[in-house]
Design a protein. Structure first.
Length: 197
């Protein structure tokens, strides 16, 4: 089952180097093909199975995510902020969607950084968009670092306890499925609410 999650083989084969590489790439905001939340939860499951050490994994993921987010911020600030106003689209993102994201970034700024980390499709609001709207770096770093520490810890521990409960039959598999469905519904509701902002 775990083998189907993107990055599983890479992490199992390369351990903490794999953790660093995948989390770093996702955290830049440019590797949207990597399912970041799923990978962080997977890290917790791998820790519960003894494939990784929990403490080392969390520290590596926090370090990688902070460096990746800073890369995203500075690329947004010094590169994309100058290119996008002259382009009709950036890769697969239309100018209209970029303008909308920039408007949200200017209007709501730092208060969206932490919630955006937990909701699919909003990761650019955590690093690239703050750079593009030239958010003050100290403000960005404060909210981003707090959010990344929370994001890594919450999702890794969710995976850790879920994986432990699953492998030791502490709670039935049906309960885990119910909890997962409820979490997905909750995230979809929050995402829907944020999309109205």
């Amino acid at each position: 089952m775990l083998e189907n999650v993107a990055g599983f083989d890479f992490i199992v084969n390369y351990k903490y180097l794999g953790v660093f590489a995948i989390v770093f790439l996702y955290s830049t905001g440019f590797a949207s093909i990597i399912p970041g939340r799923s990978v962080i939860i997977l890290l917790g499951v791998l820790c519960s199975n003894g494939n990784l050490v929990l403490y080392n994994t969390i520290l590596t993921a926090i370090f990688a995510s902070i460096i990746g987010a800073n890369v995203g911020y500075f690329v947004g600030k010094y590169t994309l902020g100058n290119i996008i106003p002259r382009k009709d689209r950036l890769l697969f993102i239309s100018k209209e969607h970029i303008d909308q994201a920039l408007l949200i970034g200017r209007k709501h700024g730092a208060k969206l950084i932490i919630p955006a980390m937990f909701i699919g499709g909003f990761w650019l609001l955590t690093s690239v968009i703050p750079g593009m709207v030239r958010m003050k770096y100290t403000k960005f770093a404060l909210f981003n670092n707090i959010g990344l520490v929370l994001w890594v810890n919450v999702l890794t521990m969710l995976g850790y306890f879920g994986g432990y409960a699953w492998s030791n039959n502490i709670i039935g598999k049906s309960y885990i499925i119910i909890i997962a469905v409820l979490l997905i519904i909750m995230l979809l509701l929050v995402q829907r609410r944020l999309s109205r902002v």
